[in-house]
Design a protein around this ligand. Structure first.
Ligand SMILES: NC(=O)c1ccc[n+]([C@@H]2O[C@H](COP(=O)([O-])OP(=O)(O)OC[C@H]3O[C@@H](n4cnc5c(N)ncnc54)[C@H](OP(=O)(O)O)[C@@H]3O)[C@@H](O)[C@H]2O)c1
Length: 269
């Protein structure tokens, strides 16, 4: 079992790959999370909006994985935050049957209201021990700049859509330069581009699937992918994406799918 982790800017560590859980409903959510934990997944991405916290909590509770080995992520919607981060998070923690989450995110930036006040709400929840790390999701450079200038705690993570088919490289580079980890959602393009010829060629070189090539690219680039999968086969395949390497020229050709190039070594050394 591979156990690589990354260290966040607050000193906490996080696995390099996780499981996405949006669209997993009812008993399926419980079954999929239970299966993923057996395979070795330790990072589980959840959200209040996904409406499956109770089933995920049951899967965690009935697993034999120690709480301190898990990395549970959740997200509050901005509309919930003005009503009290602590109260809303405590309700959600009850559903998850957990005392704390490892990472609490604001699901997307509030367009109205005071973003800094909201961030301070997360800082408060962290101080109370309800979450170990705090971060954001879908934040662009302008909003991150604002937080870095006015917030007390630097976001540990920005969870954004990130795969070779979306041009988020400027934001990606901005985050890594400021030691904000990038958690990549939709790392498999929601399965839309898995038959892209370049991916198929690279996959053939390694006798791997195109999904594995995308996940391997994500990890090698320095992002933390959270693919959602339902079947046992997909869950295992995605987990195994940690166990092989792409060549520099393959990584470069995937980088060329979007217009912006950067020097990988600058971030990874
Ligand atoms: N912060 C945000 O705003 C935000 C937004 C979107 C998503 N997310 C998070 O990111 C997670 C992942 O993103 P996503 O669900 O949008 O897309 P994704 O992970 O890119 O793609 C999921 C799709 O890929 C399929 N799949 C998984 N493994 C596969 C494999 N090895 N081979 C072929 N197909 C495979 C899945 O099918 P099966 O399910 O049938 O296996 C599903 O249809 C979400 O579940 C959620 O936790 C966050």
């Amino acid at each position: 079992m591979k156990k690589e982790t990354v260290t966040l800017n607050d000193g906490n560590t996080m696995p390099v790959i996780g499981l996405g859980t949006s669209q997993l409903k009812g008993t399926q959510a419980k079954e999929v999370v239970a299966r993923a934990l057996k395979i070795g997944y330790r990072l589980i991405d959840t959200a209040v909006m996904y409406n499956n916290a109770r089933q995920i909590g049951e899967a965690i509770k009935s697993s034999d994985v120690n709480r301190n080995e898990l990395f549970i992520v959740t997200k509050l919607m901005p509309s919930q935050i003005p009503h009290g981060v602590t109260e809303r998070l405590q309700d959600h923690l009850k559903e998850l049957q957990l005392e704390y989450v490892d990472l609490l995110l604001i699901h997307w930036p509030p367009m109205d209201g005071n973003r800094i006040d909201m961030w301070q709400g997360l800082e408060g929840a962290q101080k109370q021990g309800l979450c170990r790390s705090i971060g954001v999701s879908n934040y662009d450079i302008e909003y991150l700049d604002e937080m870095l200038e006015e917030g007390t705690v630097r976001p540990a993570v920005n969870q954004i859509e990130f795969n070779p088919f979306v041009n988020q490289n400027q934001l990606f580079r901005y985050c890594l330069r400021r030691n904000i980890a990038v958690m990549a959602y939709s790392p498999l393009t929601r399965a839309h581009d898995l038959s892209y010829p370049l991916l198929e060629r690279i996959a053939e070189n390694h006798h791997k699937s195109t999904a594995q090539v995308l996940l391997r690219w994500s990890i090698a680039t320095g992002a933390i992918p959270i693919p959602k999968a339902t079947s046992a086969e997909h869950l295992q395949e995605n987990w195994d994406a940690q166990m092989f390497n792409l060549t520099d020229s393959e990584l470069d050709s995937l980088d060329h799918l979007v217009e912006y190039h950067y020097d990988r070594a600058e971030f990874l050394e």
